[in-house]
Ligand binder design. Sequence first.
Ligand SMILES: [Zn+2]
Length: 317
Amino acid sequence: MSFDIPVPDLTSERIGNTGTPGVWHFDSGVAGRTLMISSLVHGNELCGAWAIKELLASGLTPRRGALILAFCNLDAFDTFDASRHDASRYLDEDLNRVWSEARLAEPNSRERRRAVELRPWVERADWLLDLHSMHEPGKPLQLTGTQPRNIALARRLQAPEYVIVDAGHKDGVRMRDFGRFGDAAQVDACALLTECGYHGDPASITVAKDQIARMLAESGVVDTADVPAGWLQTAPAAQRVLEVTQPVVAPSMEVRFAENWQGLERLAKAGTLIGWADGQPIVTPYDNCTLIMPSLRQLVPGVTVVRLARDYVAPAQ
Ligand SMILES: [Zn+2]
């Protein structure tokens, strides 16, 4: 899989204007939401960094509320090498698994120390758009978590086509689910994590810019007409909302797929063969099961190799 995105030069962007490296803050002085847009939570996911670099260059400032722009794991990004880009995902541990009081109170890794620096900005944000990319080629995915307000926001944005309701990782809390973003009582604390496509695909930058444009306008921080020209793409005719029911976790290195799954395959019948783990078949547990982000690229015992999803049905009000 070729890597076709150049490495952005962040020499000036990494300074920020807040005293926190890589963090920019623009306050309109007018009442309104504070929107945070974050990139490089994983050091090898360049689409968001490119999009925020270009947003800064555009000179856009908020009309209402405030805008926070963040380049998150700059230390991991500094080790980026396109020929082995997965190696720069993080340095000591995944920055997107440390967002709990217990882990932040024990800043014994470079990622936890960075999270402690970023924390005041994440806490200040009313809305968060966290831009990521994927190990494998595939359509962009909006990962909303399980808060109904995030699912509703993803629908108001009208893109991308696929909205995935995911419960998050049992091995640690994501930035998207930190603090009031994970609190059901905080009815306007919305956070979305967009997987913009394959790490090395230039189209992922187009997706990141489109998502930024939609969040900027929907949050009220700017008007649609303020968004840089060409950023807003045509929305899909309809969105599909899928709910992840379970991950398939590798018990060992002995995991194979039955087909070269690309992701978003919808398998009609329960019992359809997905692959094998330790020689035992892995099958779909229900009809119309959709495969989300299948990948054996980072296979180690305990890693999620595919998530299984069914059509989302909103809970009764
Ligand atoms: Zn990521």
